[in-house]
Every structure is written in structure tokens, then in C-alpha cells.
Design a protein around this ligand. Structure first.
Ligand code: F0G
Length: 458
């Protein structure tokens, strides 16, 4: 068995979970049309659907909630958050938003014009959708290693600098209102970006006068990967590394529901004064007054505390230790998983596990259903259900290369025994993998099918 690092905390408040029996799970699946998004959360034993907003707050955060200042304007909570944001990220201006996509929406509304391109290592799907909804074209330029599940490159989230330079030459800097980097790269397996790569990206953007924004959702996990893997950073603290990384950019969007360990919240930061004034006006229109931005005062206080806790070294060691532990445990059990382990999640290669199912039979969906059927575990499919589409020119279905199932680990929420239970369940599934059948849609909307589709076993 791989090593498990003891959590640097103990539990003083619990939320009961229960494993309903097999018959009840089968009935729940039928009622949900075999889509785990349609299950009732109380019918799930271990919920690995997402690490977003599902973490456990500390007693310091709960205490901070009690001193939240709910004044409409100029609340103390705002100034407490402002101080922490400035200290960690260093940008001139910041605005609180209700979550990450709200920050992305404001930035896209202000900067993206029809037909313009926004390069990144890889855009997360809400960023992608916000850019597209303004007529923009999000472009992913991550290194090739990112697409090889067994490649052990330490920074598989890196931008391919050559591709970026060529892309800017061909597109023209005037058609690129801003450039991005996602740290860690969620869409590519939660893989980190090195400081060296960030420096190179910043240099390319700067020399072309393209403003540089970071999607900062998992900034702290990225900082810890840099500390562990990049020469010259072993003696720096995650906070120092974060400061250095964000000093390279002109701004950031952030979902605070991940590394700031809150249930709701986001940030939009920038240095540019006139962009800030425009963003503030957008914020007032959509989210709320700039000193609360779509959140309650207490949420701002929980975030101010969580931003610092997320950077605590002992916590990060245990956090990344969990993903590593689950990844290794599954690998030892003979399950194909993306390597190396990402920061927040483990990705199972359903295509390899169920080779008898074609893309059209949704092996990813079949594995998601089996995880629930066998053990009451909820994961999310990232394969043909989410990404397949009909080619408008040929009318043929286009399928993604990889059929993945993501198990995202909520922060400070589950223990070693829960992870062992997942490994044990997957071991059981492997023994009858060749008998697992595929699925077909009985209903699917045109866009974002995975949330509301219904299925039937083939
Ligand atoms: N950027 C990244 C890299 C994300 O992973 C997410 C959310 C967002 C932006 C959007 O933030 O949800 O606060 O509006 N990711 C979640 C997930 C939903 O499950 O990976 P949000």
C-alpha cells in the first residue's frame, strides 16, 4: 500500500453519510435515468463529483463567519479580505464575485469582441463558454505531454511556448484581447504549471502587449507542486511562490470554492485602473456593490481566512498526499489512471478499463454508473457524453480521444478509510469489467448534455 500522510487536523463536527442497500441504489439509478447528476445527494455514500465548494471549513473560518459585517457598503469584512488578497496576490485592484464564472463573465464582457482569440494552456469549461458567448474563440495550447495519460512530465499543465509564439504571429496580437493560464490545469487532469513556464508565457504576452490573466482556482496546489518539483523552490513557502507567480500577471479570475476552501465565492483582480472601473460597474449591475460583490459579509470573512489556510504547508502536503494515495492505490489495483496524480482529482481511464465498449456505447458513463451501483460512489464522466458532438459539415459524430472518469477529492472532508473503500470498490468492479454493458441516450439537450441527459442500458 502507498504511504498515507496523517491529516494535520482532527474532526469536531460531523455530517452523517450512509450507504443505502444495493436494491435501493439500483432503484435510485433507474429514477435518475442513470445520470448521477440526477441522484439525491443523501443517496450517495462518498461524493467525488467535485472539489468545488464541497470542502470542510475550519473552526477559524466558522468563527470568522460570526464576525461578518453585513453593511451594504464599506463593511469591515471587505477590508479584511482586501488585505489578504493584496498580501497574497499583489494586484492593485480586486472585486469579490459570487463564484469564479462571474469573474470570467465580467472579464469576457468587457474585453472579448466577436472573432477574437484567447489563448491559454487549457480553458476550463465555464471560461470557454463565457468567451464563446461573447463571440470569442478560446484556444488551448498546452504541451503535447498533457495528452498522454502515462507520461510522467512533472508539469503537464505547461503552455507549449513555441505553439504560443506561432499562434500569436498567425493570429496577430491585435486580435488577442488577453491571454490566460489555468493553474493547476483542471481540464488536463489537475496538472501543475512550472514557474519557469509561467515566466516564459508572461514574457511572450508582455512582448506582444497582451494582458495576462491567471485562472487561479487551484493556486495553492500549484504552488506546492512547484515547491516539490521545481529546482530552486524547495526552501520557499507556498505563499512566497504564489506571490512570485502572480507578480508575472496583470490580473486573475478565481473560484474561491477550491483552494480558498469556502462553499461559495470568487475574485476578480487586475492592475489596470480603467479596466477596474469598468469591471466595477459591471459588478454593480450583475453581482452587487463592490464591497460585497454577490456575497454576504460573512462569506468574505470565511474567504479571507481560507485563502491563508489553503497555503498552509502541512495542509497542502496532506491534501496532495490524498490524491497521490488514491492514484497509487488504484494503479496498484490494476486500474489505468492518469499519471502523475493531479492536485485535486484522480482520473480513471474508462476506455482502457472497458475496451469492449466503443465510444458510442459510453464506457465513461458505464463506469460512473458502476461506481455508484457497486459502492454508492459518485464520480463524473469526462468523455463521450460530455465532449462528443455531431460535425456540422459531415453529420458524423466526433468523439474525444480519452474516456475519463474524474474522482475529485473535496478538501479536508474524507479520510484514508474512505479512499481505501473507493480502491476496494474499484477492485471489485475490475473482476467483472468485461460484463459491464454500455449506455445510450434516451434524452440529451444540444449543449452541456452531461448535466441533464437520461440514459438506458444497451
Ligand atoms: N476555473 C477552473 C479551473 C475551475 O475548475 C472552475 C470550476 C471554474 C473556473 C469556475 O468556477 O465553479 O466557482 O464558477 N470547477 C468546478 C469543477 C465546477 O468541478 O471542476 P465556479
Amino acid at each position: 500500500m502507498p504511504e498515507y500522510i496523517p491529516e494535520p487536523f482532527r474532526i469536531k463536527m460531523i455530517e452523517p453519510i450512509r450507504l443505502i442497500n444495493r436494491e435501493a441504489r439500483e432503484a435510485a439509478l433507474i429514477e435518475a435515468g442513470y445520470n448521477v447528476f440526477a441522484l439525491k445527494a443523501e443517496d450517495i455514500f462518498i461524493d467525488m463529483l467535485t472539489d468545488s465548494g464541497t470542502g470542510a471549513m475550519s473552526h477559524f473560518q466558522w468563527a470568522a463567519i460570526m464576525i461578518g459585517d453585513e453593511s451594504y457598503a464599506g463593511a469591515r469584512s471587505y477590508f479584511r479580505l482586501a488585505e489578504v488578497v493584496k498580501d497574497i496576490f499583489g494586484f492593485q485592484h480586486f472585486l469579490p464575485t459570487h463564484q469564479g464564472r462571474a469573474a470570467e463573465g465580467i472579464l469576457s464582457t468587457l474585453l472579448v469582441k466577436q472573432g477574437q482569440y484567447i489563448p491559454s494552456n487549457m480553458h476550463f469549461d465555464t471560461t470557454d463558454a463565457n468567451i464563446r458567448s461573447r463571440g470569442g474563440r478560446p484556444t488551448n495550447l498546452v504541451i503535447e505531454e498533457a495528452y498522454d495519460p502515462s507520461n510522467l512530465h512533472p508539469f503537464k499543465g505547461n503552455m507549449d511556448i513555441e505553439k504560443l509564439v506561432k499562434f500569436i504571429e498567425e493570429t496577430g496580437a491585435e486580435n488577442i484581447p488577453f491571454g490566460m493560464m489555468t493553474v493547476t490545469n483542471n481540464a488536463g487532469g489537475g496538472q501543475p504549471v512550472s514557474m519557469e513556464n509561467m515566466r516564459a508565457v508572461a514574457k511572450v504576452y508582455r512582448s506582444n502587449q497582451i494582458p495576462f490573466f491567471i485562472d487561479a482556482a487551484r493556486y495553492a496546489e500549484n504552488a506546492y507542486f512547484v515547491k516539490m518539483r521545481e529546482p530552486g523552490y524547495e526552501d520557499k513557502s507556498p505563499t512566497e511562490i504564489t506571490r512570485e507567480l502572480f507578480a508575472l500577471a496583470d490580473g486573475m479570475t478565481m473560484s474561491a470554492k477550491k483552494d480558498a476552501i469556502v462553499n461559495i465565492g470568487g475574485l476578480l483582480c487586475m492592475n489596470d485602473e480603467s479596466l477596474f472601473q469598468n469591471a466595477r460597474n459591471e459588478l454593480i449591475m450583475r453581482e452587487g456593490f463592490p464591497t460585497y460583490g454577490g456575497l454576504a459579509g460573512r462569506d468574505l470573512d470565511a474567504m479571507a481566512v481560507g485563502l491563508r489556510e489553503g497555503l498552509n504547508e502541512e495542509y497542502l502536503k496532506s491534501r496532495l498526499g490524498q490524491t497521490e494515495y488514491l492514484n497509487k492505490g488504484l494503479l496498484e489495483a490494476g486500474v489505468p489512471v492518469i499519471q502523475p496524480a493531479g492536485g485535486h482529482a484522480v482520473y480513471l481511464d474508462a476506455g482502457k478499463l472497458l475496451p469492449h465498449l466503443s465510444h458510442a456505447e459510453f464506457p465513461d458513463q458505464a463506469l460512473v454508473v458502476e461506481l455508484y451501483r457497486e459502492g454508492g460512489i459518485r464520480g463524473v464522466e469526462l468523455g463521450s457524453v460530455m465532449f462528443s458532438y455531431e460535425d456540422p459539415d459531415t453529420g458524423e459524430m466526433v468523439y474525444p480521444d480519452l474516456e475519463l472518469v474524474r474522482l475529485a477529492i473535496p478538501r479536508r472532508t474524507y479520510t484514508q478509510s474512505h479512499l481505501d473503500y473507493i480502491i476496494k470498490t474499484v477492485r471489485k468492479i475490475i473482476t467483472h469489467a468485461d460484463q459491464i454493458g454500455g449506455y445510450k441516450f434516451t434524452y440529451a439537450p444540444q449543449f452541456l448534455k452531461h448535466f441533464t441527459a437520461r440514459f438506458e442500458p444497451l
